[in-house]
Design a protein around this ligand. Structure first.
Ligand SMILES: NC(=O)c1ccc[n+]([C@@H]2O[C@H](COP(=O)([O-])OP(=O)(O)OC[C@H]3O[C@@H](n4cnc5c(N)ncnc54)[C@H](O)[C@@H]3O)[C@@H](O)[C@H]2O)c1
Length: 402
């Protein structure tokens, strides 16, 4: 295919990240020809700002109203699986934001019910069913599926992997975290829209990075991925603490309704190695995203955000005026780590370029459906572990349907 025509589904925060990626590509390779959103007026505003010729008020209208080769799903989590299946049936390549799917309640759950208290084994069962439905739809359509896991495209992660591959040592332990002072989006506060709390919304990134590293190590050494065998997990509601609630000044976002604002997962892999993955909406000082890899013969660390590509000091917060420093930082005063190009360091341009290249070159994108599925299953097995206070085996759950 010479030029890929993309329809962008959603016009919010992540759509903003994606459109910058598409605009970095040569116009002969790719064009975003349409955008849709709810309400349509938001999509109209986005289209005017980013020079997108066609605007729609929903996904159905977009599919019916314009010729696209691929769709980019930058919509809330509960829409991912149904939209992937719909796109696959329409024969459109799909690039989908993380997470692949989630548990958002039962078909008969009242729309405004808090579902975070539903039994976690039931959630895990539903999520596996949904992953299988998505896989079936994608396999029967033969389209390309790109999992928008920007961490595995981040230059720091890529370098860590190349060094690990050269070192050839055993990856013994991985430590990875994504955290900040709280998600901006209202949907992140309700399980029925987000499918979980900090672990789901943020932790899916470091978990994806850890699973990808062990999978690559296995493919390189043994011709097959090293998979997770079991998980243990703890979650917390730190902003529900009485001591916190009594404080007068709030620097952290609050209002988490039925979702955790902190969590940690310990993954044990089938070769005996471990990954410690944490996520929080209770971390000050800007976004804190890193992965550290402890090998038998090396130690590696990728600082996605912050990193010291640029370091600044100002005795007063207003000295740097309107110049951007880094995402979710509380003050521009004192020592800071201004990012010269946060989207590049986080892999946002690279994930879009890979998706478009994959379509043109007729290959699967780098971040695969297998990774997307495994992240979901490990994550919901972790929620079972936290609820029941026990280790949960995942080996049998990760096998693909017949
Ligand atoms: N990779 C990352 O770092 C990253 C960062 C933020 C969000 N995300 C993911 O991106 C997704 C969207 O999150 P966001 O923060 O951009 O949310 P957002 O609320 O800013 O935007 C959501 C968009 O979805 C659109 N939408 C809602 N219902 C729709 C429908 N029925 N049809 C078409 N469009 C519809 C809305 O118009 C809105 O523009 C989530 O899955 C989230 O997990 C990823």
């Amino acid at each position: 295919m010479a030029k890929v025509r993309v329809g962008l589904v959603g016009c919010g925060f992540s759509a903003g990240l994606h459109i910058h990626g598409y605009h970095k590509l040569a116009p002969e390779r790719c064009q975003v020809v349409a955008v849709c959103g709810v309400p349509k007026s938001d999509a109209e505003k986005f289209a005017a700002e980013h020079h997108i010729p066609n605007v729609f008020g929903g996904f159905d209208e977009m599919l019916a109203g314009v010729e696209v080769d691929a769709v980019d799903l930058a919509v809330p989590n509960y829409l991912h699986a149904p939209f992937i299946i719909q796109a696959a049936k329409a024969g459109k390549h799909v690039f989908c934001e993380k997470p692949l799917t989630g548990y958002f309640g039962e078909p008969d759950t009242p729309k405004d019910e808090h579902v975070g208290g539903h039994p976690k084994p039931k959630m895990l069962e539903r999520v596996i069913e949904e992953c299988n439905r998505v896989e079936k739809a994608l396999k029967s359509s033969g389209i390309k599926f790109g999992y928008a896991e920007n961490w595995v495209h981040a230059p720091g992660f890529q370098k860590v992997w190349r060094l690990a591959a050269q070192a050839k040592g055993t990856i013994l332990r991985i430590e990875a975290e994504e955290s900040h002072s709280g998600s901006h989006a209202a949907y992140a506060k309700q399980w029925r829209l987000s499918g979980g709390g900090s672990l789901m919304v943020k932790g899916s990134h470091p978990l994806g990075a850890a699973l990808e590293l062990k999978a690559r190590e296995g493919r390189l050494k043994f011709g097959k991925p090293i998979l997770p065998a079991s998980v243990m997990c703890e979650v917390g509601h730190l902003t529900w603490m009485e001591a916190f609630k009594k404080e007068k000044k709030e620097y952290l976002r609050t209002g988490w309704q039925d979702v955790e604002d902190w969590g940690v997962i310990v993954v044990k892999f089938e070769d005996g190695s471990v990954a410690e993955v944490s996520a929080a909406d209770t971390t000050l000082g800007g976004v804190h995203n890193y992965v550290e890899v402890y090998l038998s013969n090396a130690r590696l660390r990728a600082n996605l955000v912050p990193n010291d590509a640029c370091v600044a000091y100002a005795p007063e917060p207003d000295i740097f005026g309107d110049e951007y420093i880094t995402e979710k930082i509380e003050t521009k005063g004192g020592w800071t780590f201004p990012s010269p190009d946060e989207d590049w360091f986080q892999g946002y341009y690279q994930e879009i370029a890979d998706f478009v290249d994959a379509i043109i070159e007729d290959r699967q994108p780098l971040a695969s459906l297998e990774l997307a599925k495994n992240v979901m299953i490990v994550l919901y097995a972790a929620y079972v572990s936290a609820e029941e206070g026990r280790r949960v085996e995942v080996t049998d759950l990760l096998q693909s349907p017949a």
